[in-house]
Design a protein around this ligand. Structure first.
Ligand code: HPA
Length: 237
């Protein structure tokens, strides 16, 4: 069986999934942390890799960019492939003055300007939150990481990379929002809708108010180790 966007057979994708945005990063993570990784789908260049992590089956599959894209893959994984847990491992722009580039953020909630929550429940404003057991697991897994600060708090999923207005950012920062990205809201809403578990763990790849802190493309590629380690160990928790 295949879905419109995944050609793997059922059983070829593990119940535990790490989900970066970028397909090249998915391949890299799979080859870095999985034993015996096998490519099981690559529709539209979105590779899905399955192997084992510390002896437990685990898959790494990219989400692409933005809420609609992550919603497609997460829905098909939970609904048709028996996936139980998805952890997004991605980048975000740091907003909070307390977060520096390269710090890790565990998203305890996901605010958004997307209309997605209203597609699920038109007359309510949903609280998009991760699975408690994954969040709890991340709290433990983060303790093993000594060299990178790990922040726990709300983030903002924007529907437009280039349209984050200063008044919005200011309001979000006053409410303790740590960073901005484009997918966590979609993943959290999909997990709630499909009865799965989800969490987003992010690396700050740039700072909205301090461009001097920005990472180069090469640094972006290699600075995920702490985030990926926390995420993979959290999936096992
Ligand atoms: N905005 C949205 N998404 C992002 C950013 C940003 O500044 N940085 C990394 N992902």
């Amino acid at each position: 069986m295949a879905t419109p966007h995944i050609t793997a057979d059922v059983g070829e994708i593990a119940p535990l999934v790490l989900m970066p945005g970028d397909p090249r990063r998915a391949e890299r993570i799979a080859k870095d942390i999985l034993d015996d990784p096998k490519l099981v789908s690559e529709v539209r260049g979105i590779g899905a890799w399955t192997g084992t992590y510390n002896g437990t089956p685990m898959s790494v599959m990219a989400s692409g960019m933005g809420i609609p894209s992550v919603c497609i893959y997460a829905t098909e994984l939970y609904r048709f492939y028996g996936v139980k847990r998805i952890i997004r491992v991605g980048t975000c722009g740091a907003m909070s003055p307390n977060v520096r580039v390269r710090d890790v953020i565990v998203a305890t909630a996901a605010h958004t300007n997307s209309s997605l929550p209203h597609l699920f429940v038109p007359d309510a404003s949903l609280s998009l939150a991760p699975s408690f057991s994954l969040l709890h697991g991340a709290g433990h897994a983060a303790k093993a990481v000594k060299d990178v600060p790990v922040h726990f708090g709300p983030i903002y999923s924007s529907d437009h990379f280039y349209l984050v207005k200063p008044a919005t950012t200011e309001g979000l920062i006053k409410l303790g929002t740590l960073g901005v990205e484009m997918e966590a809201t979609g993943l959290y809403a999909t997990a709630m809708a499909e009865g799965g578990e989800a969490l987003a763990i992010l690396t700050a790849s740039d700072h909205l108010f301090d461009p001097s802190q920005d990472m180069t493309a090469a640094e972006r590629e290699t600075s995920y180790q702490a985030m990926v380690e926390i995420a993979a160990n959290t999936l096992l928790f």
